[in-house]
Write a protein that binds this ligand. Structure first.
Ligand code: KG4
Ligand code: ZN
Length: 412
């Protein structure tokens, strides 16, 4: 065989998707445990999870405190810190599980979407471990993992409606199965966590010691609790005229800037100074983000009902870092309750990026015959990777009206 043909044959072998039943025996499948590795953004997360959803061990090296200083996630610094932490993070997760790599049955790793250099660190390390210890690999889609992790500890049957709200993503999707997703809406510009983080930076919340080390969204949530006048600031409702489930947060960020500049001028606040009404501004900003998310989600619920997409079930699962926000969670309960929906979310530490969600997705993929892979070519890393099949046009064509729920009184 020519060199070229040999290379092709090798590539095809590497790409070969193997049924888990062929790859792992029934006995092994019953008691399988998976090591999960997550490095798609700025957290090095590793965990070992077993077939029952028991988290045997985990480790999380967050880079948030470093990136906060630079005003956002810096890809070069993220890459460097992942490289420094990956070996230790895996070792800690295994040590906490009282297991070695040889004891686990497969290695799941995030291959898409995310920051290229960050993804590369996790995938390269997973490949190295898999080769050294002769373990199969399971490539994981970061957003699918966010959408499924709730099932590690709560009994939420398929299908359900999933709302993913994080620092990098914002989408609504029907989760029919472990490997079957239908996208109903997505953000046309920024993600909610991103605008909350930028807003927190603009309001200079990190100069307040209590909030200095915190994610921006969390700082805004806490500051909003001290609000004395919820009517002081007003924000527009984005995309109010568009009868779809897409999101847009950039207008809210601009409106925050305008409100802030006006107050800074009024009080002569400069440099590191903070306006006296900062808590009121945080509350109004958070309310605007919550109302927009709730408005679009309500339309998604109605769309699911009209098209009986969820069969007999009425469940909404909210995940991603912004799902930690109690105000937003409550507002979702308010708008979906009238349609008989139950709202679930993973515990806060599993809402943000973590290794458990990757390991758990590996377990869910092992359970179904949707395949594990002998090796992951480095070219399978995809910084951009949409979730599932799009029903966005179908939602638009349905042209469903939704009355705007003003949530201030209901949730404050
Ligand atoms: O899921 P995640 O860890 O990373 C991405 O995949 O993006 O989400 C991080 C985001 C950050 O923007 C952070 O500000 C936001 O989640 N976040 C919150 C809260 N805790 C974290 N946003 C609002 N309220 C919170 N309590
Ligand atoms: Zn995430």
């Amino acid at each position: 065989m020519s060199y070229c043909l040999k290379q092709c044959a090798k590539l095809l072998r590497n790409l070969q998707i193997l049924s888990p039943r062929r790859y792992l025996s029934q006995e092994v499948l019953r008691n399988a445990s998976v090591l999960g590795i997550e490095t798609s953004c700025d957290d090095t997360g590793c965990a070992v999870v077993d077939m029952t959803g028991k988290i045997l061990g985990e480790s999380l090296h967050s880079q948030n405190a470093v990136h906060v200083r630079y005003g956002g996630v810096n890809p070069l610094i993220a890459n460097e810190l992942h490289r420094r932490n990956i070996e230790q993070a895996v070792a800690e997760a295994l040590e906490n599980s009282n297991l070695t790599v040889d004891d686990i049955d497969a290695i799941a790793v995030t291959t898409r979407p995310g920051m290229l250099m960050s993804l590369q660190v996790g995938v390269k390390y997973a490949k190295y471990l898999a080769r050294k210890h002769n373990k199969p690999l399971i490539p994981i889609h970061h957003m699918e993992a966010h959408a499924l992790v709730v099932r590690v500890s709560q009994d939420v049957p398929f299908p359900y409606l999933s709302l993913l709200i994080s620092g990098g993503h914002c989408l609504l999707a029907v989760v029919k199965d472990v490997d079957e997703f239908y996208l109903l809406g997505k953000s046309l510009d920024n993600a909610p966590g991103e605008v909350l983080d930028k807003g927190a930076r603009r309001m200079k919340l990190k100069n307040i010691p209590t909030y200095s080390q915190m994610a921006g969204g969390r700082a805004i949530e806490l500051a909003a609790k001290h609000c004395k006048d919820p009517d002081l600031f007003r924000f527009p409702l984005p995309l109010a005229k568009y009868r779809d489930c897409n999101f847009s947060f950039s207008g809210l960020k601009d409106a925050l800037d305008r409100n802030l500049m006006k107050k800074e001028l009024e009080h002569g606040v400069m440099g590191d100074g903070i306006i006296p009404e900062v808590n009121e501004l945080c509350a109004a900003y958070q309310l605007a983000v919550a109302e927009h998310i709730a408005h679009r989600t309500e339309r998604a619920v109605i769309f699911c009902e009209k098209n009986t997409l969820l069969g007999e079930y009425r469940n909404l699962v909210v995940s991603g870092g912004v799902a930690c926000n109690d105000f937003i969670y409550k507002s979702l309960q308010v708008v979906t309750k009238k349609l008989g929906y139950e709202v679930y979310r993973p515990p806060p530490r599993l809402c943000t990026d973590n290794g458990v969600m990757i390991a758990w997705n590996g377990i869910e993929k092992l359970r179904k015959p949707c395949g594990i892979i002998a090796d992951i070519p480095i070219s399978s890393i995809e910084p951009v990777a949409p979730l599932g099949n799009s029903l966005i046009n179908e939602v638009k064509q349905s042209n469903l009206p939704v009355r705007v729920s003003r949530l201030r009184k209901m949730c404050l």
